[in-house]
Design a binder for this molecule. Structure first.
Ligand code: 13P
Ligand code: SF4
Length: 303
């Protein structure tokens, strides 16, 4: 059944000149039909290089908006229109405009998990894999980092020479994991290394053997000589790692670390998008293309 649907998708992709981009949090059956998979940064870079007429994004809304901004002449489809990112929708342009007035000398650094409308008033975007490098290179010691205070806290601790102003936003999925979960998992798996995403809270991050983006965690686990790992990020990464490294053991930090927004997209949604029967075509206001693009281009240039 799954194989049948995948075959239909592959055929339609070819016939209709479609490229499928999928974030690593998508299910294995979607990753198998994707032309390119990766973390948020890798997907943004890929988005600017795609040659197909149509791009289907299997991820959440801000990712599809990023693709559209980088490839305005392509038809960009969000595979499941209900897939939003709660962190990206936490802060809007109006609120951040007011905050900016209070911090006129600060460079506004926006995590890519923001709406395209909000990006229009920010200076540079970052992803979890590029944030440290970019914040280091910014030619200003004052940084207003939005919206994820956990990622911002992790970066600020590594750049003590800079002044960071953080706001109270973050990922509800990663914030669910607690120090208690870590102590419990370490007790159950005393030989395991603990790998964590910087969207987790500082008390969880402080206990990690390695902190990094989705791709960073996967690369670290694959290259490490260790045989057991506790994974502190979205649980699909546990599944993917277990499939790619069958000789190692991967344990989720918490069974609750599931992003239901990322899981909203199904293989049938992707098939229906290829048929032109489902998904939402991303259309943005004219000013967004130029103003938000400046912020994303700056990320690609510095990252
Ligand atoms: P990365 O893909 O940049 O690691 O971010 C994780 C995430 O939460 C995506 O929404
Ligand atoms: Fe947003 Fe968190 Fe889900 Fe990523 S994991 S899409 S940041 S809610």
């Amino acid at each position: 059944m799954i194989k049948d649907i995948q075959q239909q998708i592959l055929k339609l992709k070819e016939e209709n000149d479609i490229c499928i981009l999928a974030h690593c949090y998508q299910s294995p059956e979607i990753l198998e039909v994707a032309d390119f998979t990766g973390d948020s940064f890798a997907l943004s870079v890929k988005a600017s290089q795609v040659e197909n007429k149509t791009v289907i994004m299997c991820g959440v809304r801000f990712m599809a908006e990023t693709v559209k901004i980088l490839s305005p002449n392509k038809k960009v489809i969000l595979a499941n229109p209900s897939a939003g990112c709660p962190m990206a929708e936490m802060m809007d342009k109006e609120v951040i405009s007011l905050v900016k007035e209070q911090y006129p000398d600060y460079t506004v650094v926006a995590y890519i998990n923001t709406t395209s409308e909000l990006k229009t008033i920010c200076d540079v975007c970052v992803t979890s894999s590029s944030a440290l490098e970019i914040c280091k290179k910014i030619d200003n010691d004052n940084i207003l980092f939005i919206p994820d205070c956990n990622l911002g806290d992790w970066i600020s601790k590594q750049l003590p020479e800079k002044n960071f102003k953080l706001l109270n936003g973050g990922c509800p999925t990663h914030a669910k994991m607690s120090e208690r979960d870590v102590l419990k998992a370490k007790e159950l798996h005393p030989n395991a290394l603990f790998l964590v995403h910087p969207e987790c809270t500082p008390d969880v991050v402080a206990l990690a053997d390695y902190v990094g983006s989705t791709t960073g965690i996967m690369d670290y686990a694959k290259q490490s000589d260790a045989k057991e790992f506790i994974i502190g990020t979205e649980n699909s990464i546990v599944t993917h790692l277990q499939m790619s490294c069958p000789d190692k053991m991967f344990y989720p930090l918490s069974k609750d670390c599931i992003c239901h927004n990322m899981k909203a997209t199904t293989l049938v949604d992707v098939l229906n998008c290829c048929k032109g029967d489902f998904g939402e075509e991303i259309i943005l206001d004219d000013h967004v293309y130029t103003e938000a693009k400046r912020c994303i281009d700056e990320m690609i240039r510095l990252g």
